[in-house]
Ligand binder design. Structure first.
Ligand code: ZN
Ligand code: ZN
Length: 338
């Protein structure tokens, strides 16, 4: 079969590999129906790499598929079931797993980064990573389960109240998922900060009340004008916007740091946090949030499929990655069956 394989040092090959088979009793063979390109894939392919991965692994950690074979121990799924994948495999026995924090697992590994993933027509995954989803859900929506599960985890921590004014910094794929969830939860004004016109338009189309371009206006003045006191909640979906977030949050408000950037070393005026009783939260991947994510996707209440800008066959994976790098796509999907 044809697969998108990470070859190390910024190299991705689209090449013939052997079709995988179920070898362990707990494994499931999936026919991959769609796989999304994630910002992490771009970081993996940077030189020097912005994110580690295993050379030889088939990339693609956001995917949806159908069960076509299963090991003898798998009794939670049947042949023909459609499933979404939680690619982060945790050990269950390390000190963090045993304290109920599997997203902090000391031994975790990831399908599509360290192990073979979804940029291929077939993939083997352990049954524990799979969540059944209704076949009534459009594939373009189901394929967003993994990124949405990370946002669902963060939203639970945020504890957004109806009518809260929210500033969202960054309208990339994750920021836009936040935007949809914030709207669905009944926020007040939703203000998005985004300089790229293509992304700004998408944010407006998806229901942002206003999109502010930090290159053109004074963001702090604009947010104060719109909210009087500042935002109840500020979300940094970029990864280096902590100082801006501190400027925009009202007294007693909450800042969620979600985006990640290894090089961000912000200079902050620390006194602002105790003096104004700000709450600073971090959120990392998903934490028991897949069941709720599947409910959201099945309900159709949050039209995440609107983020999809391109759908390409596997042989155009390079093209998809280039589009993503140039910021010309939001969610780019690969159909490995084409
Ligand atoms: Zn991802
Ligand atoms: Zn663990």
């Amino acid at each position: 079969m044809l697969a998108g394989v990470f070859e190390g040092e910024g190299k991705l090959s689209i090449k013939e590999v052997l079709e995988p088979k179920v070898t362990k009793p707990s494994d499931v063979l999936l026919k991959v129906e769609l796989a999304g390109i994630c910002g992490t894939d771009i970081h993996i392919l940077e030189v020097p790499p912005g994110h580690p991965a295993t050379p030889g692994a088939i990339l693609g950690h956001e995917y949806v598929g159908v069960v076509v074979d299963k090991g003898t121990d798998v009794n939670t799924l049947d042949i023909g079931d459609r499933v979404v994948v939680d690619p982060n495999l945790t050990c269950g026995v390390c000190r963090y797993c045993r304290r109920g924090l599997p997203n902090m697992c000391e031994n975790f590994t990831t399908l599509g980064i360290y192990l073979n993933g979804g940029f291929a027509p077939y993939n083997v995954a352990p049954a524990k990573a799979l969540y059944k989803i209704s076949k009534d859900v459009p594939l373009e929506r189901a394929v967003l389960a993994e990124p949405l599960s990370c946002v669902v985890n963060a939203m639970r921590k945020l504890n957004l109240q109806v009518g809260d004014n929210v500033v969202l910094i960054g309208a990339g794929p994750m920021g836009l998922l936040f935007l949809l969830m914030i709207k669905a939860q009944g926020a007040g004004k939703v203000m998005v900060i985004e300089p790229v016109p293509f992304r700004s338009k998408m944010a407006r189309d998806l229901g942002a009340d206003i999109v502010l371009n930090p290159k053109e206006i004074n963001i702090k003045e604009a947010v104060m004008d719109l909210t009087e006191l500042g935002a109840d909640i500020v979300i940094d979906a970029v990864g280096n916007q902590f100082t801006t977030a501190l400027d925009l949050t009202k007294r007693g408000g909450t800042i969620l740091l979600f985006g990640m950037n290894e090089n961000a070393l912000p200079q902050i005026k620390q006194i602002i946090i105790p003096r104004y009783e700000l709450k600073i939260l971090g959120s990392y991947i998903s934490w028991f949030s897949f069941p709720q994510t599947v409910s959201i996707l099945e309900s159709g209440n949050v039209p995440v499929e609107k983020l999809v800008t391109h759908k390409l066959p596997l042989e155009k994976l390079y093209e998809g990655i280039e589009l993503m790098k140039r910021g010309e796509g939001i969610k780019i999907l690969i159909n490995p069956q084409e």
